[in-house]
Design a protein around this ligand. Structure first.
Ligand code: SAM
Ligand code: SF4
Length: 330
């Protein structure tokens, strides 16, 4: 079992497949000048699957693929198939899910479903093409919509959508986005903007808090808190009595670190115990130097032992980690 010094059992591995992206969302990446990880430093498909397999033997039961944009990885279907064929220690197949901007889903939704991808979360911050261009710095609103429809058609249900609200940009769309999602049977989740962007634009005073989001939604919907959150980051609510739900991930104002069960592997093979960790454990070099599965397992446990009780965003002296969200994997 992957238990840390605070008794938290870790079952969820977030794997970043690339730090590259075909969008440039302002809250995530700067417009230009992003230093991409050179290809030789990226884990190959085989290396990636070996590390995931070792983590699964150590206690991981769920793997979420992310990035950057995970669908930019040419071997994405093979990666999904390889992980979906692994069996966790409880005898069940490893559950593979993905967070994506959906741009490549029209071509990939069906093959990914067939390869064993269980769930998809799609980022959608606005229903207005002009705002999409402003927020993502690319004119790809229609492609995103086509991608969402492709995921729906391929049978990824319930489809989850992630939204980041920015003050004065798209914060007047909270209710519209929820209505749109409810009408289509999608589960919308609002994520508080976190200090993880490559452009360092995050400001606490500008962030739209979970409490503000709920207040905006309650002007138009009746929200009933749902029990049984477990280790899930989202606090979930029934919308107008259900069955539709909405989630709020208030990582900054209502941290859920006490129930965290996540480890993160970057595309260049560094294991992180937290999005906000300032240190990381290199698994790529020992793997390439021929370390055994036991030695890699020992490194995973060492990384876990370094995990702090909380992310510390609200403490004096908090420092944003050197890696931005796009290079850690959200
Ligand atoms: N490219 C994919 C996508 O956008 O879904 C996967 C990677 S992206 C880093 C994963 C999630 O992190 C997205 O839902 C995105 O909105 C969210 N995200 C990125 N930067 C963030 C930030 N500074 N604060 C909160 N969420 C952020
Ligand atoms: Fe790309 Fe996702 Fe970051 Fe947007 S949030 S720039 S889609 S990695």
């Amino acid at each position: 079992m992957l238990t840390d010094s605070y008794g938290r059992v870790h079952r969820d591995l977030r794997v970043s497949l690339t730090d590259r992206c075909n969008l440039r969302c302002t809250y995530c990446m700067p417009a230009e000048g992003v230093p991409w990880t050179p290809t030789p430093e990226l884990l190959t498909t085989d290396e990636l699957l070996r590390i995931v397999d070792t983590a699964v033997s150590a206690g991981i039961t769920e793997v979420r693929l992310t990035g950057g944009e995970p669908l930019l990885r040419p071997d994405i279907v093979d990666v999904v198939r390889g992980i979906a064929s692994m069996t966790s220690n409880d005898g069940e197949p490893v559950e593979v899910s993905m967070t994506t901007n959906a741009l490549r889903l029209p071509r990939l939704a069906e093959p990914l479903k067939e390869a064993g991808l269980a769930r998809v979360n799609i980022s959608l911050d606005t229903l207005r093409p002009d705002r999409f261009q402003q927020m993502a710095r690319r004119d790809r609103f229609d492609d995103t919509m086509t991608g969402i429809a492709a995921a729906d058609a391929a049978g990824f249900h319930p489809l989850k959508l992630n939204t980041v609200l920015l003050r004065g940009v798209n914060d007047d769309e909270a209710a519209d986005l929820l209505r749109w999602s409810v009408e289509r049977g999608y589960e919308l989740r609002f994520i508080e903007q976190m200090p993880l962007d490559g452009g360092h634009i995050w400001q606490r005073s500008e962030m739209i808090t979970g409490a503000e989001i709920l207040a905006m939604l309650r002007e138009e919907f009746e929200l009933t808190e749902m029990p049984g959150r477990g280790a899930a980051p989202a606090e979930r609510f029934l919308v107008d009595g259900g069955p539709s739900t909405v989630g709020v991930i208030a990582s900054v104002t209502m941290p859920f670190c006490g129930a965290c069960d996540r480890l993160r592997l970057t595309a260049d093979g560094q294991l992180r115990s937290c999005l906000f960790a300032r240190g990381e454990t290199d698994l790529r070099t020992p793997l390439r130097d021929g370390s055994s599965e036991e030695e890699i397992t020992a490194l995973i446990h060492a990384c876990l032992a370094s995990k702090l009780p909380g992310h510390g965003i609200n403490e004096p002296g908090f420092l944003q980690p050197p890696r931005p969200m796009s290079a850690i994997g959200g």
